[in-house]
Write a protein that binds this ligand. Sequence first.
Ligand SMILES: NC(=O)c1ccc[n+]([C@@H]2O[C@H](COP(=O)([O-])OP(=O)(O)OC[C@H]3O[C@@H](n4cnc5c(N)ncnc54)[C@H](O)[C@@H]3O)[C@@H](O)[C@H]2O)c1
Length: 256
Amino acid sequence: MKFISKFKIKNKLVFVLGGDGLIGKKTVELFLLHGAKVVSIDKKLQKKNKLNPNLSFEKIDVSNSANLNKKFNNIISKTGIPDIFINCSYPKTSDWNKNSFKEIKLNSYKKNVDLHLNSFVWSAKIIADKMKQNKGGSIILLSSIYGVVAQDPSIYRNTNMRESMTYSVIKGGINTLTKQMSSYYGKYKIRVNCICAGGIYNKQSKKFVNRYKSKTSLGRMANAEDVAYSSIFLASDASSYITGSLFMLDGGWTTK
Ligand SMILES: NC(=O)c1ccc[n+]([C@@H]2O[C@H](COP(=O)([O-])OP(=O)(O)OC[C@H]3O[C@@H](n4cnc5c(N)ncnc54)[C@H](O)[C@@H]3O)[C@@H](O)[C@H]2O)c1
């Protein structure tokens, strides 16, 4: 196989869960651009004005975990089993930004762990079990640097942002799930990796952005395209010996 063809994802079937989000939209766009067939899955009803024969839209609300198996089976009966599953959803409660140590309530903590961590766990298991029939696949879970290192509360000083106790628990759980799944599903040629992304620039306050930038080696925040291209690499045969990795996409934040 020629060097460049190892990176090809042409005609691969990709499920992008959270396909209508900041990272999801760019992921859908770039996988399509590189010839993949994409099913964009989200709880929101997505705009169907992009007439691309390689793109379809499906609706799943992962908060209804009892229904997840049925919902994925419905999609798979129409499209076939995906070669690649990317979870970039961000399920959360309406009081999610009150999950700091000072403000958090037990009920919100429990609900968010269930919504986010448990839906990542259960949907990855459902898809991995399906991929066994395909004799392989690549699962990519969106995690965070905050599943690896602690948040630095000082970057939030005098902003409306706070550290999140729950986020560290959720992303830490996704990181260990990645290792555990890669160990079990390796014999089925299913690779499981997570992307530990740093903060994505999304018009945060200047104060926060400047503090954030100064903590990275590359002097900038990430963008959604950085994440999408890492997913393409982890989806392609170029990464065929990579599984169980916590893929650090952080501009050097965690090296300091
Ligand atoms: N944005 C960042 O700075 C950043 C950094 C590191 C990691 N991440 C991780 O990347 C992932 C995506 O982040 P984002 O910034 O693109 O989020 P986002 O909020 O822009 O998009 C998330 C998408 O998930 C969908 N979603 C929410 N609840 C859902 C549910 N119950 N069922 C199905 N879909 C649901 C939303 O409709 C939305 O389209 C998250 O897991 C997040 O933790 C984000």
